[in-house]
Structure formats: C-alpha cells, structure tokens
Design a protein around this ligand. Sequence first.
Ligand SMILES: Cc1ncc(COP(=O)(O)O)c(C=O)c1O
Length: 375
Amino acid sequence: MNTSLPMINFAQPCLDDATIQDVADVLRSNWITSGPKTAALEQALSANFGGRPTRVLTSATAAMEVALEVCRIGPGDEVITSAQSFFSTMNMIVKVGARPVFVDCDLVSRSINLAQVEAAITPRTRAIMPTHFPGALVDMDALLALAKKHRLRVIEDAALVQGSYWKDQAIGSFGDIATFSFHPNKNMTTIEGGAIVLNSEEEAKQVDILRFHGITRLQDDTRDVVVAGGKFNLSDVSAAIGLRQLPQLDAFLQKRKLLVQRYFQKFPPIPGAILPPNDLPRQSWNMFCVLFPFSQLQLTRKEFRDALRQHGIATGISYEALHTTTLGRSLGYAQGQFPNAERISNETLTLPLHVNMSLEDVDRVCEAVAAILAT
Ligand SMILES: Cc1ncc(COP(=O)(O)O)c(C=O)c1O
C-alpha cells in the first residue's frame, strides 16, 4: 500500500476559472438571488429537455415535493415507489401527507419492478415515482403505458441520469414530470440545486408559486398567498455556475463513460459480485455501484471501506433500503419484504467516479479492491 498517493474522492465537482469569474461577476452585480441567470438557466435546460417547461429549484428534493404538489397529491393518496432509492422519494411523499407504497426493484438494474407496481395499485393510488439508475433506465415505454392504463401521474426521479437517453429521446424530454439534481456529486452542479420538467406552462406557473411562498401578484402591486408555498428558488450565484456547467455536460459525460469502460475492463473477478448493467448505448454514468458478497468474503462492508480508505480511496453507499429506515418501519414496513432492495442495501458500494479522475485512478481502485480481497 502506498499511503503517499493522493486521495481519490468518491465524487468531486469540476469548476473552471471562467465559472469562478462568473460567480464573482454575479456577486458584484448587486443581484444575487433569483434573476436573469436563473431565467437563462431555465431556458437552456428547457432546450435540452425538448423545449418542455423547466424550472430550477434549490434541490431535487424540493423539486420532488413541488412535483407532488403540482399533481395535487396529499393526505389519503398513495404513491408507488421503489424501496431502493435515495431518502428523498420516501420523505417527500410522506411530507405532502401521502403514503409511500413500496415495491421491490430489479437486483442488477435497480429499476422499479413494474409488475409489482401494477399489483400494488389501489383506488387511492395517484402516482408512480420511480428512480432511474445509471447503466439501465426504468422501461419508459412500459412505465408510461401502465400509468396511462390506470390514469396515474408519473414523477421520474432522474437525479442520477441527466444526459441519458431512452431510445432516441433524452430523459426529461418526454413523459410526465421529471426531476433532476445539481448537487456537486451529480452530472452537473449548481452547488445545491435541482430542476423540474413539466407538461405545460400552466404547471410551470404553479411551480413558480409553490417554490416562492405561494405568492401571486395582484394588479394593484400588492401580493396574495394562494397556497402555503415553500421557499425553493435558486439564486443567480448558483445559476451562473449551472450556465457554465451545462455546455460542458457532454464532455463531462464522455469522460465519465471512459472511466466506467475502464472499470468494466479492469475490475477484478470476484465470485458473487454484481457489476452495474451496461445495457443502453446513450446513457450517462453518475455512479459505479458494485454489489460485493460480503458474507462470503469474510469481511464486513465497514472493514472493506476502511481498508479502501487506507489505500486513499473514498466510497459511498447507494442506497439503504427505504422501508427498513425508522421512518419506513413507522409506516408499517418490515425487514424481509423487498429482498432485492435489501440485498442492494447490504452489499452495495459506490466506487469513485468523477470528471477529475484519470484512467490510472480507476486502475488504482481496481488494484486496491483486488489486493484487499486477496489478504
Ligand atoms: C436518486 C436520487 N434522487 C434524489 C436525490 C436528491 O437530490 P438533492 O440533493 O438535489 O435534493 C438524490 C441525491 O443524492 C439522489 O441520489
């Protein structure tokens, strides 16, 4: 082990000098909250999403909350979602007063199990909220057909897949509502931030109200509040970063793809390990998540992560099964209900993947994995 090697972070943003200059310009402009930069970012994103109405907010989590509100989902309603996703899907469904109805996912693609979705539909079901994972995507044809058949809304959690294509259409450019994240570990960043892509200007106007206190302006220049809105508007400082990131997105994704190809080439053979799927030609790679059969490997995930850290390699866990969290259990769910989500929760490790990495960094990760498992 060579401890003098620099740390390979699990994720890391790529911010150039021009971005720093633009941020400085906004800071000096005296208009630092939502303004012209935010509007410009929304326009540029919309162009990427087939011209669909797009709004930016302070996070994907905020975008999900607002999406549920736009769909008028609340107490008494059910939203079917995967037990394997980031906490925000569950949290936002609960936050608007609805019930998350969990179903399992596929073990390899991690996509929500659509047969289980259909079986879980009740008269109270209002929406399906799936998460897309890199390497595959939720089958959009089947998902949209199912939603149409049962007259359900679809809120795609596309936080991880900006720049991915389903057949020849970019995720976000078709379907119902989609939400994206610009957290620093996503495909592009605005520091914190997110976007929501909608069906109509009418829905976009609702988002304008819901993300800013529920305020509407009256003809006499006073304000009214029509709904208990939140405070989720993105600042122009963040939007300036996004405006520099978006034109670089294709280059970022190309680099990520090269790094992932190297992972697929160099990953050591480990009986029982499951690598991500590599099913679709035009897709973005936000994370490289591997399932390690820790019970057979005679070490715990914590021991493995600590050993990788000793090699200067940081890792993440994506994600803990939602139904086994304290909140999930308080909703009546129990361990054992969704075996694939639970196995992923127990065995997954997210390896470093970001634009500033080199192919040699990927080699270092693969060699460290092999060396630790050989001891
Ligand atoms: C799959 C997924 N959905 C949603 C989110 C929430 O994104 P944000 O941090 O922008 O709220 C995350 C964040 O990591 C995520 O991984």
